[in-house]
Design a protein around this ligand. Structure first.
Ligand code: HPA
Length: 258
């Protein structure tokens, strides 16, 4: 694959059921992950496996429709390879989206949550291993992992689209089993408002490489034990697809406003 020449592109990783933004560009090129050296095929239902680049208004953008997860058995290095690839395209701002189980006050399935911070409970870190001094610091600071200024703008864009957006801490776990109710009580106790199986390692790699990050969860379900019914991936996909249109509109206005 020859790398496209893009002008200060912004990138967005579109999680389960949230791929529609990738189809909404004014002009675009779609490349299957299979055709990009270093990318793995996505095997998770709801994750499409395409890189799409093009223009949204005057802004160059790159969308990754679907991602690989650590629970698929890949190494951390493989799972975060797309972030390195985005860096090589010149991406300096990255939007990470995901589906998550919600445990914050007043959360309902379908609600958006701005990620203000994360807790990495993956038992791993993508930066473990030998260090390349030219890439970034050995011990990257994670104080403002999710850029406060961009986050405020994202929140405003969702509010302007009449979407009731929460703010909170995302706990990243490996999965693939969903949490037990006791684990959810623990996560709530340590300050999490949402839990999911992605994002934290991508954020770490992006920050290490010097990118700004903004994070958005779609609360697809109340976390285990909070709703009285069992969790299922089909429910997660169903809820994400119901809100996809509204999220797409708000995300588009965010991208165009920064
Ligand atoms: N837990 C973990 N990951 C998830 C959930 C959940 O409840 N919902 C969507 N992704």
């Amino acid at each position: 694959m020859t790398l496209p020449k893009l002008n200060n592109p912004m990138a967005c990783i579109l999680g389960s059921g949230l791929g529609a933004l990738g189809e909404s560009l004014d002009s675009s090129t779609k490349v299957s992950y299979q055709d990009i050296p270093g990318f793995l095929n996505t095997q998770v239902s709801g994750h499409k496996g395409f890189l799409i680049y093009g223009k949204l208004g005057s802004r160059d953008v790159v969308f990754l429709q679907g991602r690989n997860h650590f629970y698929e058995g890949h190494s951390m290095e493989e799972v975060v390879y797309p972030i390195r690839f985005l860096k090589s395209l010149g991406v300096q701002t990255l939007i990470l989206t995901n589906s998550a189980g919600g445990m914050g006050e007043g959360m309902k399935p379908g609600d958006p949550m701005l990620i203000t911070d994360h807790i990495n409970l993956m038992g791993n870190n993508p930066l473990i291993g030998s260090h390349r001094v030219d890439e970034g610091p050995r011990f990257p600071d994670m104080t403002d992992a999710y850029d406060p200024t961009l986050s405020r703008v994202l929140k405003k864009c969702f509010e302007e689209h009449n979407l009731n957006i929460h703010s909170g801490v995302y706990a990243g776990v490996t999965g693939p089993s969903y949490e037990t109710p006791a684990e959810i009580r623990f996560l709530k106790h340590v300050g999490a408002s949402a839990v999911g199986m992605s994002t934290v390692h991508e954020c770490i790699m992006a920050r290490y490489l010097g990118m700004k990050v903004v994070g958005l969860s779609c609360i697809t379900n109340l976390a285990a034990g909070l709703s009285g019914s069992p969790l299922s991936h089909s429910e997660v996909k169903e809820v994400a697809s119901q809100v996809e249109k509204n999220y797409t509109k708000a995300l588009k206005s965010f991208i165009q406003s920064i």
